[in-house]
Each structure stands twice: as C-alpha cells, then as structure tokens.
Design a protein around this ligand. Structure first.
Ligand SMILES: [Zn+2]
Length: 297
C-alpha cells in the first residue's frame, strides 16, 4: 500500500524513470586531488561511462523511444562535450550534479555556492539552458542547497529518501518537488568496487545484482507507484549488465502498462495533480531541524 497514491498519465499502472549519473572520472579527481592525474586505472574506469556506456544506453533508448534524465557534474560536461551533445540530441534531460562531484556537507555554504554556480555556468554554456532538476553528489543535500535550488528556480530535487513516490518540499521561500531515490535501486552497492574512495564490495553477477532492481519494480508496479533507478554508465552501462537491462526493458514495455518519463516530466505531472486536487500530494515543511536535536543523556 502507498499513501496518497498518484494517478499517472493515460491510466498507466506505474511511473518509471531510469536516471544515469555520469560521474566519469570526477570521482577520482575530487577524492585524490593531489595525484589523481597519475591514477590511470580509476580514470579509465570512469571514462568508460562517456566513451562506452552512454553510446550503448542512448542506442537502446533511441530504439525503444525512451526519453530519460541524466545527471552530470559540470566538469564532466566540459570534459566530454560530444557525449553531452549526443544525450541532448536524443531528447534527454540533463540535471545539475555539482561541479566536480563535491559533497555539499564537506564544504562551507560559500564554497558550495561557488561550486554550484560554476556548474550552472557550464550548463548554460554547453547544454544551452539552466537545469531544472538537481541530484546532490552522494545524495548529500543540505538545507543550504535546497534554498539555493529554490532561489535559482529549480523545479525538483532527487536526493532524498522519504517516500516511495514524489512529494513536495515547502520552505519559507518557495517550493520544490522531491523525486525520491533509495539504495535499493542504486547500482553502486551491487556493482561498484572502488578501493581509492574506500568502497570495497564483492561485485555481483549481472543477473544477481539486477534482480534486486526488478523486485523493486514488481512492488512498485503492484502498488501503482514510481520505479526509479539511479544508475551509473560505468557500472550498469557495462556490456553484460546492459544486455540484461535491454531485455527487461523490451519485455516491460511490451507486457506492462508503464509510463517511462524524465524526472522533469514526472515533476510537471505531479504538480498538475497537486494543483487540481489540493492535499492530494504529500507536503513536507523544511527545514526539518534548525540545529542538532537535543541530547537526552
Ligand atoms: Zn554522482
């Protein structure tokens, strides 16, 4: 059961979004700023995304007629402009994902504004417009960033985990849609192995790692919710994994009543529902806390 269930367009049983975060090699440069240039293996692991993963993903989307959302750090947009142009040419959305994949909780508010604006400049220069959606690197959004998003006229965030379906974040200065994420549909746990950033996990076989995502889909489909994948081109864009995703997509599009959309489209739809039926969509008032909760000891 899902509370405040949302009616999807054209009577679809479930909304679906596959989002790809194209972090490329920003991850090694932000984590090892002194000598990342000497670390060729993690650079190449990240570059697999723009060079091999994205072309494969775009090819599938084109064949199946899907338009989806990509989140790309500003530095990666500058570094891989051809890949970005191909994403745009496919009619997909590109969202803000920091500049060099910097963690907002690791910087002062002023530093965060600097990184944020640098990424905005890159979006405007290369993508040709301001992004409407944001996902915090490592999901670490802060109240300061929420305020910044509202100030810059963003329509949605996709970093929080407070519900199964979209909900609204209201602040004293404005409002944002939240398109929630969670670790169960993120490909980092089953497929990443990255010693340089302290992430050492046994990599799962494609069918085993993907199985968790399909079970998440089955539950959302039954409940009429939103299945939202948060994947990375250098992980799920790998050959064997993507072959299985492609088969699953073909089967799902043929046999299930689903609505695949970009997060911008989902946001617009949920806003329209909220406008039509006040109270139909969950609304949170932020900030959640003004200071750390009282210590009870
Ligand atoms: Zn990322």
């Amino acid at each position: 059961m899902i509370q405040k269930k949302i009616q999807w367009p054209n009577g679809a049983q479930c909304a679906c979004a596959i989002t790809f975060d194209m972090d490329a090699d920003s991850l090694i440069h932000i984590s090892k700023p002194k000598d990342s240039h000497r670390r060729l293996y993690p650079i190449s692991m990240g570059q697999y995304g723009p060079h091999c993963g994205i072309p494969r993903i775009l090819d599938t989307y084109k064949r199946l007629g899907l338009k989806q959302s990509f989140f790309i750090p500003g530095w990666c947009i500058d570094q891989y402009p051809e890949t970005v142009e191909n994403i745009i040419a496919g009619g997909h959305e590109i969202g803000h994902h920091g500049y060099l994949h910097e963690d907002p909780t690791a910087h002062s508010h002023d530093e965060q504004i600097e990184w944020f604006d640098k990424a905005m400049e890159t979006h405007n220069r290369i993508v040709g417009k301001s992004p409407r959606g944001y996902r915090a690197p490592v999901y670490n959004i802060t109240q300061g960033v929420i305020d910044l998003l509202i100030e810059k006229n963003f329509k949605y965030d996709s970093s929080l985990m407070g519900d199964d379906i979209p909900y609204v974040l209201n602040t004293a200065n404005g409002t944002l849609m939240e398109i929630p994420v969670h670790w169960g549909t993120d490909d980092w746990p089953p497929f990443a192995h990255y010693e340089e950033i302290g992430y050492m996990m046994p990599v799962k076989a494609p069918s085993v790692g993907l199985q968790g995502f399909w079970e998440e889909f089955d539950a959302q489909y039954e409940a009429g919710g939103l299945w939202h994948a948060i994947w990375h081109p250098f992980l799920t864009g790998r050959l064997a994994r993507w072959q299985q995703v492609e088969c699953w997509l073909e089967d799902t599009l043929t046999n299930k009543n689903v609505w695949f959309a970009s997060l911008e489209e989902i946001t617009a739809h949920v806003r329209a529902v909220q406008k039509q039926k006040p109270g139909a969509i969950r609304e949170d008032q932020l900030p959640y806390y003004e200071s750390p909760p009282r210590q009870w000891s």
